[in-house]
Design a protein around this ligand. Structure first.
Ligand code: HEM
Length: 186
């Protein structure tokens, strides 16, 4: 038996972190193309892809939040000052808030869309969200877009902080979320 505290995230937490990151970055990049769409066929295809990835992200996020409740993040190394620890907690909380806000406003926007969205080719999501009303598509879309800009800004801070730890402070903080080695958090 050892008392040593775990220094790595669990394999499940790592998988969920990188899967969600990959999908969100893809959505942020491909989402920029919505303004260029000219035909109904293109819009239907894009809405199907965007809503499939969106529902996947929502499912993974629910799993991640449930997993996180039972498996707290490992403590940061002692070399990380208290100001940096507070900033890290605050930015992670904001990231979670935006990861909820952006998909939620996406669903709100789909409900008022001119065209149906059929995620995974399986069902008509717009009709399923009928209870959210269908007024003011532009206002809803603006709420969603605003969230995506905030998310991009916060992701830039998050990635810069990870790289700063890795290459300037060299304190192993990024390695805690990378694969292989280390004792996982319980
Ligand atoms: C983290 C998840 C998501 C990200 C990162 C994301 C990202 C984006 C981006 C970047 C845009 C383009 C905004 C612009 O004009 O600049 C967009 C538009 C849109 N998104 Fe999302 N989105 C997400 C989730 C969702 C979800 C879950 C839905 C609904 C199922 C959704 C529905 C829409 C709709 C309807 C539009 C507007 C399409 C149009 O202009 O006709 N989004 N999204």
């Amino acid at each position: 038996m050892t008392n040593k505290k775990p220094i790595h995230y669990t394999g499940v937490a790592k998988f969920l972190h990188w899967a969600i990151a990959l999908i969100i970055i893809m959505m942020l990049v491909f989402g920029q193309g919505f303004d260029e769409i000219k035909t109904k066929a293109e819009m239907t295809f894009s809405l199907a892809g965007h809503s499939s990835l969106g529902l996947t992200v929502i499912s993974l996020l629910v799993l991640r939040i449930l997993w996180r409740i039972g498996h707290p993040a490992p403590d940061l190394p002692e070399s990380v000052g208290s100001g940096q620890k507070t900033a890290s907690k605050l930015s992670h909380l904001l990231l979670y808030a935006l990861m909820i806000y952006v998909p939620a406003t996406g669903l709100y926007t789909i409900a008022a869309h001119e065209f149906a969205a059929v995620p995974y080719g399986a069902f008509d999501l717009r009709s399923a969200l009928n209870f959210l009303g269908t007024d003011d598509f532009d206002g809803r879309r603006a709420l969603h877009e605003f969230g995506t800009w905030l998310l991009m800004a916060l992701l830039a801070v998050h990635i810069s902080a990870a790289l700063f730890h890795q290459f300037v402070q060299k304190d192993g903080v990024l390695r805690r979320m990378w694969f292989g080695g280390g004792k996982p958090a319980k």
